[in-house]
Write a new protein. Structure first.
Length: 276
């Protein structure tokens, strides 16, 4: 028996926890995949057959499934728990470009670094920021599944040109975020209007500013929140909604992470300074 629980869902993707309680040693009936799916095992071991080729999946070996591939599964060791990262074809192409990617029958090794990234993805999913934080956390996992960075080939012209290009991308993204253009509400849509892959956009921020794109965007939103709190904003729920947070709790977590204080405490502090 298989049970799937949604962890996060965004435009063109979803993250699910899949629990399988099957203990059959034989192969299941054939299933044909309709999306691109990266599957990482959290607990347990099972066997997968893709287009007639067999592989063992466990916490050290994950796999990529692609549309049209016939799969079968066997669970001779009992049940398992996996994280399934499912992407619609359009989002998949936006992330990895038009390259062929990794063959569908080839699993990939999950080292400790990828294990940590997997755990980070699950943690970020609890923060409700699916448009930026979850997308940014899943990009390196997609890159690992395709055999390299999820963003196409490196720009021609050597390191100096690559740095200049990265700086230009970061500047353009910062302007879009500052202007609050509608596309800046999501990492994928922001990358699309800038004409770069989401992976390249995410990497450029870390390279140029030393912080992630998610962190930078939240820094801008926290600054706007502080402006409102300084003026004595009475409703934290309204403030959260106006600034695009999932809810008041999401606003509180983000401000505490950046400022070390809750919005209510900052409102008292800033309002007192403003009147004084």
């Amino acid at each position: 028996m298989r049970c799937s629980t949604s962890v996060a869902r965004g435009s063109g993707f979803r993250v699910d926890t899949v629990t399988c309680l099957d203990d059959h040693r034989g192969w299941s009936s054939a299933e044909v995949e309709n999306h691109y799916r990266v599957v990482l095992v959290r607990r347990g071991t099972f066997r997968r057959m893709a287009d007639g080729r067999r592989a063992v999946a466990d916490p050290t070996m994950a796999y990529l499934a692609v549309p049209g591939v016939e799969e079968r599964f066997a669970h001779p060791a009992g049940g398992d728990v996996c994280t399934a990262l499912t992407l619609a074809p359009a989002l998949w192409r936006a992330i990895i470009g038009d390259g062929p990617g990794r063959p569908a029958d080839l699993a990939f090794y999950v080292d400790a670094r990828l294990d940590l990234l997997h755990r980070r993805l699950l943690r970020t999913a609890r923060d409700d920021d699916t448009a930026f934080e979850v997308v940014e956390a899943m990009l390196p996992l997609v890159g690992a599944a395709t055999g390299g960075p999820a963003g196409g080939p490196r720009s021609a012209g050597g390191p100096a040109r690559a740095r200049t290009s990265a700086a230009a991308v970061v500047d353009a993204a910062r302007e879009a975020i500052s202007a609050d253009v509608p596309e800046a509400a999501g990492l994928v849509s922001l990358a699309e209007i800038l004409g770069v892959s989401p992976y390249r956009l995410s990497r450029a921020f870390t390279r140029e500013l030393g912080v992630s794109l998610t962190h930078y965007r939240n820094r801008v939103r926290v600054g706007r929140a502080l402006d409102r709190l300084e003026q004595g904003e009475p409703s934290l729920a309204a403030l959260a909604a106006d600034l695009g947070f999932a809810d008041q709790a999401h606003l509180t977590r983000t401000i505490r992470r950046h400022c070390g204080e809750t919005p209510a405490a900052l409102r008292r502090l800033l309002a007192a300074q403003h009147t004084g």
